[in-house]
Design a protein around this ligand. Structure first.
Ligand code: NAD
Length: 246
């Protein structure tokens, strides 16, 4: 078991990719702190420590290390998808995207890195996306800009602490079948006056494999990056996209 005696904090653990990751790390022996603003979703995950909180609250993040103690793995999964081009993106949309996708991630890293360094290191895995500096995706303006910032933050942290045992990597998924993806499909279908099936088919058509990704397939990559098996890997941008950008 790769995570025996390791302590991991996973954000967005209530649903989708974060949930699949929390369950995988738990099953591989980790003590998992599962964090989500949705207490109901957290309640249905067994065998983890639960943290019901909103990551846009800086005081709550600052108080976290005292509650969890030092951790070995920080998996920053939470993110918000704003739809639309720059012309659709008002100040509130822009701020909301960066508040969660970038600033909360910065605060979490800053809160936990000191104790990681004191213990000789740790592993951080940040959630980016294909829609980032990897690829321009239509109608993902604020989202793509914020997920590109995640790649920059990941590389900067990796460079600063490369000689002190701390690794920092990010993952860039293509389209993954999760509750938030299903919500986006429904919202887009309504906005474009199409059927939900037609909109979903358009999302699937972006994926050359002819199917969406599964949360477990992304969680498997994150678990590898978080494990000691990836000890020689830091500052890396890991695409898991069913061949979308190939
Ligand atoms: P999801 O909706 O299935 O789950 C997200 C979880 O995050 C929910 O349980 C929600 O309650 C929680 N959450 C949202 N805002 C929060 C906040 N402010 N504080 C605490 N918890 C909060 O989402 P998902 O599709 O698994 O996406 C997870 C991450 O993966 C996101 O960063 C997303 O941008 C990224 N991603 C997803 C896809 C995809 O196609 N699904 C593709 C690329 C990247």
């Amino acid at each position: 078991m790769r995570f025996t005696s390791k302590i991991a904090l996973v954000t967005a653990a209530g649903n989708g990719i974060g949930r699949a990751l929390a369950e995988r790390l738990r099953d591989e022996g980790a003590t998992v702190w599962a964090l989500d603003r949705d207490a109901g979703a957290l309640a249905s995950i067994g065998g983890v420590e639960r943290l019901a909180m909103d990551l846009t609250d800086p005081a709550a993040i600052a108080a976290l290390p005292a509650q969890t103690g030092p951790i070995d793995v920080l998996a920053n999964i939470a993110g918000y998808v704003a739809a639309g081009s720059i012309l659709d993106c008002d100040e509130a949309d822009w701020a909301r995207s960066f508040d969660l996708n970038v600033t909360a991630m910065y605060r979490l890293c800053r809160a936990f890195i000191p104790a990681m360094l004191e213990r000789g290191g740790g592993a951080i895995v940040n959630m980016s996306s294909i829609a980032s500096s990897v690829k321009g995706v239509p109608d993902r303006f604020a989202y793509g800009a914020s997920k590109a910032a995640v790649i920059g933050m990941t590389k900067a942290i990796a460079a600063d602490f490369v000689a002190r045992g701390l690794r920092c990597n990010c993952v860039c998924p293509g389209t993954v079948d999760t509750p938030s993806l299903r919500e986006r499909v429904s919202a887009q279908a309504e906005a474009r006056h199409e059927t939900v099936e037609a909109t979903r088919d358009a999302f699937v058509a972006r994926q050359p494999m002819g199917r969406l990704g599964r949360p477990e397939e992304v969680a498997a990559l994150i678990a590898y990056l978080a494990s000691d098996e990836a000890a020689f890997t830091t500052g890396s941008v890991n695409v898991v996209d069913g061949g979308w950008v190939n």
